[in-house]
Design a protein around this ligand. Structure first.
Ligand SMILES: Cc1ncc(COP(=O)(O)O)c(C=O)c1O
Length: 355
């Protein structure tokens, strides 16, 4: 007879890092989650409302319509596209498709805080390579850190939370050095905010490479953070595997309809990114003038190196009704809004803290 054993969950979950979402405080200016501040266009809201009316019905299991539309939008074959419940879900699907217990997942640190979480969830082993002194990916050190046990490298370009971006030549050199058995997931969640022409379009960079997957999202530039939908473009074998491990019906019908409607008005949505990059330059130089250390950003946020002053800075901003994202002992990530008045409120808080 089986011995009566107490129920126990996986022991390693005790030290699974928690994902800390940006705070939302009613009445405050929210600059903590790198969202856009303006609501989706009317046509997108209407498509979402129409989809919600059929909420008693399951969504399309294989995301057929949004998949076909995304492939057409990007000019890539449908068998290269995966639709998922946010780009972080797709990144996790690639890890699940590639790794078994103990396999190594390599990434820069600090980078997107979900990377250690999804790596541990799938039973992988994180290998973290420190950023350079100027808060950029140390691509040579990352290539050096690849071993026979490495299965995936996660590369965010631009990086979260530093905002720093890698350029074509250095990324190509890196991809040339990564062995064929290792999948590189190029995470371009903030791609649409990039203005430096030397920062590559990952889809072009990945062309002809069998071990590169590009992951992007409708959450940021396309204004659908609340709907949870993203996509990847990867060689067909990888795409088939990533789709296979996805949770059935993970992308709900509101998200599917929202993504299609957003692509229909892509020009309008992408035009909204331009004021963000203009504001980013203004916010960046104002912060430098105040004496803060802030690496140049290609994303819709800036990273203030504050060290031990981080908690005090966070509290000060909250007192001024501005919510930023604090990383204890390191710094604060602050979304650059497309609305100048929101950035002005943040800059006023930063100025009074510095002063
Ligand atoms: C680098 C990076 N990748 C992915 C994501 C997740 O985006 P999604 O909303 O598509 O899951 C984020 C969100 O903060 C991010 O910063």
């Amino acid at each position: 007879m089986m011995r009566d054993m107490p129920l126990s969950v996986r022991a390693d979950l005790a030290d699974l890092p928690a994902y800390i979402p940006g705070r939302k405080i009613p009445g405050a200016i929210v600059l903590s989650s790198n969202e856009v501040s303006t609501s989706a266009p009317e046509s997108v809201l209407a498509a979402i409302a129409a989809a919600a009316a059929d909420v008693n019905r399951y969504p399309q299991m294989a995301n057929d319509d949004v998949l076909v539309r995304t492939a057409e939008y990007l000019g890539v074959a449908e068998d290269r596209v995966t639709i998922g419940a946010g780009s972080v879900a797709i990144a996790q699907q690639f890890l699940q498709a590639m790794c078994t217990e103990g396999d190594e997942v390599l990434y820069a640190w600090r980078s997107f805080e979900a990377y250690p979480i999804i790596t541990q969830i799938i039973g992988g082993r994180s290998v973290k390579v420190p950023l350079t002194a100027d808060y950029r990916h140390d691509l040579d050190a990352m290539a050096d850190a690849v071993t026979d046990n490495t299965r995936v490298v996660l590369v965010a370009n631009p990086n979260n939370p530093t905002g720093t971006a890698m350029r074509t030549a250095e990324l190509e050199r890196f991809l040339d050095r990564v062995p064929d058995h290792v999948l590189v997931v190029l995470d371009e969640a903030y791609r649409e905010f990039v203005t430096d022409p030397e920062v590559p379009d990952g889809l072009r960079l990945a062309e002809g490479r069998e071990n590169v997957a590009v992951v992007r999202t409708f959450s940021k530039a396309y204004g659908l953070a609340g709907a949870r939908v993203g996509y990847s473009v990867a060689p067909p074998v990888l795409t088939a595997a990533a789709r296979k491990v996805g949770i059935p019906f993970a992308v709900n019908r509101v998200a599917q309809a929202g993504a299609i409607a957003a692509m229909d008005v892509a020009e309008e949505l992408l035009a909204r990114c331009r004021p963000v990059s203009v504001e980013r330059a203004r916010v960046h130089s104002a912060l430098l003038e105040m004496g803060f250390e802030v690496p140049p950003s290609e994303a819709n946020f800036v990273w203030l190196l504050l060290g031990e002053r981080t908690a005090a800075f966070n509290e000060h901003c909250l007192d001024q009704k501005v919510v930023v994202r604090a990383f204890a002992g390191e710094g604060a990530r602050v979304t650059v809004s497309g609305l100048p008045e929101e950035n002005d409120a943040f800059l006023a808080a930063a100025r009074s803290f510095a002063g």
